[in-house]
Design a protein around this ligand. Sequence first.
Ligand code: SF4
Length: 355
Amino acid sequence: MDDSEKIDIRVLTLSQLRKIFENKGLFSYRADQVYNWIWNKGVHSFDLMTNISKESRSLLNLNFEINRIKFDITQKSSDGTIKNTVRLNDNHIVESVLIQTKNRRTASVSSEVGCSLNCDFCATSKIKNIRNLKKDEIFDQVFLMNKQSLNYYKKPLTNIVFMGMGEPLMNYNNVVSAIDKITHPSFLGFSPSRITISTSGIPKLIKKLADDGVKTELAVSLHSTRKKIREKIMPFTKKFPLETLKESLVYWQNKNRKILTLEYIVWNLINDLKDDVNSLLEFCKGLNVKVNLIEYNSIDNDSFQQAKNSVIELYKKELSKSNITVTIRKSRGKDIDAACGQLANKSNKFFNLTE
Ligand code: SF4
């Protein structure tokens, strides 16, 4: 069997792997040990699996491979944020970011090579969507950033956000399978409440998350609740009217009883009027939400400029008056293009930690 015919072992479930071991006349508990090496210890070579018999290791080497990702370039921002250029097994590139704040170390992971959506204000949307990431490629980003966090910050990750390249719900199955592995007590054992899926709002799939019992937090990039404006800045939303989006959020919240986060950027001459604030307040009715007003990181598009502070303060004041928690989020990693909406494979012009 040549290498191209080998199966990536991580596509197999544990019971499939046990069956293969049994069929080859090997003890099925060996499959559990192998599974532990690949999903708990992050080992990428069968030869390093020291408690596995030689016979089993030869069988594994003959039939399987373990695809791996690699952090090609690692850059550190002046605020301590770390951006990784991630090389996938087939040489495609995505990016992931490790952000340290006072009490948190958050890994922002990518879910697609490029993005299948077309938000006008986002650098990633300018990259052609090539493919979805596989569950192991998502898992490995978290695994490696956990090691990186221990190395640079001397503490493990506390949070994970699906806020890197791509729309996570457009890669639903792989994202949810990766979360299964990340949260499984025998593997990374991460609490689902410390994981946030950040979506631009795909109603059918938000409902599916609720129906499938995915217990992560949910954040929605809203940016405008006025139909024409939202459709202009996020053209894909023409297919998903705001009423349908709201209905899906109510549905999700009825099943989850968790606070929902609304991500919102305020731009000059786009959504900086009192009408925009009022419309947002109306949208929030009937939902238990907190609103993050996010600082905008400009990309090469003059149409989008961060609104004046006075407008952001107006949003904050009006939302607070309605008892909605509001946070003004300062961007991290701006000097290395690692901030929200800036990920576009532009590494190599800043300080490179891997050299
Ligand atoms: S904002 Fe998110 S969903 Fe929209 S294009 Fe960028 S990466 Fe894709």
